[in-house]
Design a protein around this ligand. Structure first.
Ligand code: SF4
Length: 269
């Protein structure tokens, strides 16, 4: 394939408040957002390709070619994220193997909305990562449907059971990412109780700081929420350190992270 025909799969590195200097890999890389959720706070707008079936989107060869082209770049982590839910890629395991071959010194992470973690094949793929960051934004089915607006019939109970099962057999780092907005601000205590049942290595407390239809909570409100998680290792989007980085290709990076360079949260997946 001619280089110009290959969609941009690799982007960044981005200054991540949770993964330091993070080189992004978009395992789906469609033009508009392809997701199994349509979260009310998504920074990428509405989900234009709603999907719950796993498919093959990008090839290992195309990924290898793009990784080989970036040369020597200072990064801390390679992170599967992008304009899509990464576990929709049915060849995710092959793509992780390509990253390990090309970038052997760096941990490989994935930001997932966990919508497919009830599936054994998805859990098996996720075990190939060093760091799995799984989204949980609600303690009840009703709030889950209102905040994450899932595509299809997946329930919060299925997702939580899947995360619990995954935790038992996973030796890497499991983080829970919890996005707080007006909708779930008063459920922080329930969210903390839920987090304790899942035994994460840490909990990422987020609020949407980048432009989206929902207002972020204030630093004071997030500090109050963090207090509910006493005894659990947490990081807070307002107080976490962000490294300085220069993206390799600003256009490819801005497509996945609008307003890069502003104080920002990784609100994808
Ligand atoms: S925030 Fe993540 S999971 Fe939610 S709609 Fe956007 S890309 Fe999908």
């Amino acid at each position: 394939m001619h280089e110009a025909q290959i969609p941009s799969i690799v982007y960044g590195p981005v200054p991540s408040w949770r993964l330091a200097r993070s080189l992004g890999v978009d395992a789906v890389s469609t033009k508009g957002k392809t997701c199994s959720f349509d979260c009310i706070y998504c920074q990428l707008g509405r989900t234009v390709h709603p999907l719950t079936e796993r498919r093959r989107f990008v090839t290992p060869d195309a990924l290898l070619q793009q990784l080989a082209a970036i040369g020597d770049v200072a990064i801390d982590t390679v992170t599967f994220s992008g304009v899509a839910e990464p576990t929709l890629a049915i060849n995710l395991r092959e793509l992780v193997a390509v990253v390990r071959e090309a970038m052997s010194n760096h941990p490989v992470a994935v930001l997932t909305n966990a919508s497919l973690i009830w599936r054994e094949d998805v859990r098996a793929d996720l075990r190939h990562f060093d760091i799995v960051v799984a989204k949980v934004d609600a303690p009840t089915e009703e709030l889950f449907r209102r905040v994450n607006r899932p595509v299809g019939e997946v329930s919060l109970a299925q997702i939580l059971a899947g995360i619990g099962e995954f935790r038992e057999g996973f030796d890497g780092k499991l983080a829970l990412q919890m996005m707080f907005t007006e909708a779930n601000r008063d459920q922080a205590g329930q969210m903390a109780a839920l987090a304790r049942t899942l035994h994460p290595d840490h909990v990422q407390l987020n609020t949407p700081l980048r432009p989206c239809p929902v207002q972020p909570l204030s630093e004071g409100e997030m500090a109050g929420i963090e207090a509910e998680f006493l005894g659990l290792p947490t990081i807070n989007v307002y107080t976490a350190q962000r490294p300085q980085v220069t993206p390799l290709d600003t256009k490819a990076t801005r497509r996945r992270r609008p307003r890069e360079g502003q104080p920002a949260a990784d609100s994808l997946s």
